[in-house]
Design a protein around this ligand. Structure first.
Ligand code: ZN
Length: 275
């Protein structure tokens, strides 16, 4: 039997909502409701950014705590992953929500250009986020936006800052970073198998690449990520209406690849999470 597919839903993201865009959950209540709908549709892992009242990206631990509590209550066993991403947050702020000990947190292992800015991840910050995760038993999701980040992750394992087996995510299709090409994902997988045996992987395809990348994940033995965070054209309009709609789309095509959506319990086993 093939490995069940862990469907991640990235519900919100860090790019501001525009008046003409509906469906992005912003307040904790909206985020909990949207996550619950996605969970019912087959998502086992939720990737969370929170927003201030003016919708700018926030690091307020109270907001993270509120969403975490609601998801734990309404989505039994669902894996909770906090973003430690930048965009409007200082380095210190980015690590703050980790004190709430989510199951997982994102860890980008290098800097990269985004369409209009640098996504800054200097070595000292990477070390400090990795150390905090290690100390608090939070499993990192290593975010690979560019090739060197994969090898940087291997170094973190060798230095004892990340416990193997690691979980790695390819982020494909952001202008200025890795393109969404099947050859790229195949190369990344072959390198991963070589340098980090036993590691698991997922992939996020941005914008119009989302569904293609979902399909490659299912076919090549990885885990798909979907959600409104990634479902964006770079003119900032959306391609889908809700997180649940996107999750349902992935859940439906699993069978074409002899996969089934993982339950939250199965997802925890696959990723080696306790509880
Ligand atoms: Zn994110």
């Amino acid at each position: 039997m093939t490995t069940p597919a862990i469907i991640t839903v990235a519900i919100t993201g860090a790019i501001p909502r525009k008046a003409d865009i509906s469906g992005i959950p912003v307040t904790p209540a909206e985020q909990i409701e949207s996550t619950h709908e996605a969970y019912e549709a087959g998502a086992a892992l939720v990737h969370i950014h929170v927003r201030n009242k003016d919708e700018s990206p926030s690091s307020d631990p109270e907001l993270f705590a509120e969403v975490q509590e609601g998801v734990r209550k309404h989505c039994p066993g669902m894996i909770i992953q906090f973003s430690t991403g930048g965009r409007g947050r200082t380095h210190e702020e980015r690590g703050r929500p980790l004190l709430l000990k989510p199951d997982m947190a994102s860890l980008a292992t290098g800097s990269v250009n985004f369409p209009n800015q640098v996504y800054e991840n200097p070595p000292q910050l990477i070390d400090s986020l990795a150390e905090t995760m290690h100390k608090n038993d939070i499993k990192p999701e290593i975010e690979v936006f560019d090739l060197a980040m994969l090898y940087n992750a291997e170094t973190l394992i060798n230095r004892g800052l990340v416990r193997p087996p690691a979980h790695v995510q390819w982020v494909l299709g952001i202008p200025n970073a890795l393109p969404a090409r099947r050859e790229v994902i195949e190369f990344l997988i072959s390198e991963l198998v070589d340098i980090m045996p036993g590691a698991t992987w997922s992939a996020a395809g941005i914008g119009r690449h989302q569904l293609d990348v979902n399909r490659w994940c299912l076919e090549l033995g990885g885990h798909p990520r979907t959600g409104l965070e990634d479902n964006i054209k770079f003119d900032r309009s959306r391609l889908a209406k809700s997180n649940a709609e996107l999750v349902a789309r992935v859940a439906e095509i699993c069978a074409e690849y002899d996969r089934v959506p993982a339950t939250a319990k199965q997802a925890r086993l696959i990723l080696g999470l306790t509880q």
